[in-house]
Design a protein around this ligand. Structure first.
Ligand code: BDR
Ligand code: CA
Length: 314
């Protein structure tokens, strides 16, 4: 079985929680470390949430380190209206018992990358890019060590934090600018893709029928998350579950169609700051290092997710 080694940089968050479960429940993924960053909620809260999820699953051996408590330049913006005051409102999780790694997230990422052969570890950021930007500034040599960066963020035709900017990029556009301008391979799993990642009633029933503490957590989480989307956006559908799509792409890239195109981050616009400006005009240069996700095999995503939940129950 081919192993994909990953470091997950996250801000749990309901959909981050699903991404962590997908990673932990997929035997071809080796989750080397979890790092946390301010985003959906304060650093303290999202770190506690990440620890609590590991506690629920019994995966206390995974190192977990806290990172940046605020964006590089801008004031903190959170997503309490999506994820609640705790970051995981609506759910019941055990109190974490395992200690945090004493290192800063940036140092845990650097140490982990240097402990593995070059180009064997994929970075999977599913929150703001503050930690990853600081990592690359502290240790620029890691750009050559990373296999690829598969991130959830951005969108080439729509936003959610503004008309054109997605939350993870909008909360720290300077960090995103640093990350997108390093010459490592980047796959941007943006809103164009993740808005296709919706469960349906049958999928929710299939998850509920697993009747495990983990599946119960998933149902509580997705119900709260969908309820909020319905109230805010007038949805009748289930809410799109963004972050697991990045993990799914690492597990099986054939689930997600991509297109190579240059991407850069708008830092100046009065209406467009945080936009991931994607240039589809011409054939991309041969050395173009960015690609954007376009089309998702949604049934396969959920089949993969349910398999992971079953695996976690073994
Ligand atoms: C992203 O924003 C956060 O609220 C989610 O966790 C996801 O990473 C979607 O725009
Ligand atoms: Ca997230």
């Amino acid at each position: 079985m081919s192993l994909h080694k990953i470091i997950l940089d996250c801000d749990p968050g309901h959909d981050d929680a699903m991404a962590i479960l997908l990673a932990l429940g997929t035997p071809t993924i080796e989750l080397l470390a979890i790092t946390t960053v301010v985003g959906n909620q304060t650093l303290e809260k999202v770190t506690h949430n990440a620890q609590a999820i590991l506690e629920l699953v019994g995966a206390k051996q995974i190192p977990i380190a806290a990172g940046c408590p605020r964006p590089l330049v801008r004031a903190i913006q959170n997503a309490a209206e999506v994820h609640g005051i705790s970051g995981l409102d609506g759910t019941h999780l055990p109190e974490p018992t395992m200690p945090l790694d004493k290192r800063h997230a940036v140092d845990l990422i650097i140490d982990t990358l240097k402990a593995h052969p070059p180009k064997t570890v994929t970075l999977v950021p599913i929150g703001g890019l503050t930690n990853i930007a600081l990592t690359v500034r502290k240790a620029p040599e890691i750009v050559e060590l990373v296999k690829e960066v598969v991130l959830m963020g951005g969108g080439y035709h729509t936003g959610n934090q503004s008309a054109v900017a997605e939350f993870n990029i909008a909360i720290d556009p300077e960090a995103a600018h640093i990350v997108f301008n390093e010459k490592w391979p980047i796959t941007m799993i943006g809103l164009d893709l993740t808005h296709q990642a919706k469960p349906n009633d049958q999928i929710m029933t299939d998850i509920a029928n697993l009747k495990t503490p983990i599946s119960q957590f998933v149902i509580e989480s997705l119900n709260y998350y969908t309820e909020g989307y319905r109230k805010r956006n007038g949805y009748s559908d289930h809410a799109p579950v963004h972050d697991p799509c990045a993990v799914a792409y690492v597990i099986n890239p054939s689930l997600i169609e991509t297109r190579i195109a240059p991407v850069n981050i708008e830092l100046q616009g009065t209406l467009t700051t945080g936009m991931t400006v994607t240039d589809f005009r011409a054939t991309p240069a041969e050395n173009c290092h960015t690609q954007v996700a376009i089309k998702l095999d949604n049934p396969q995503l959920w089949a993969m997710f349910i398999d992971a939940l079953k695996y976690l129950d073994k």
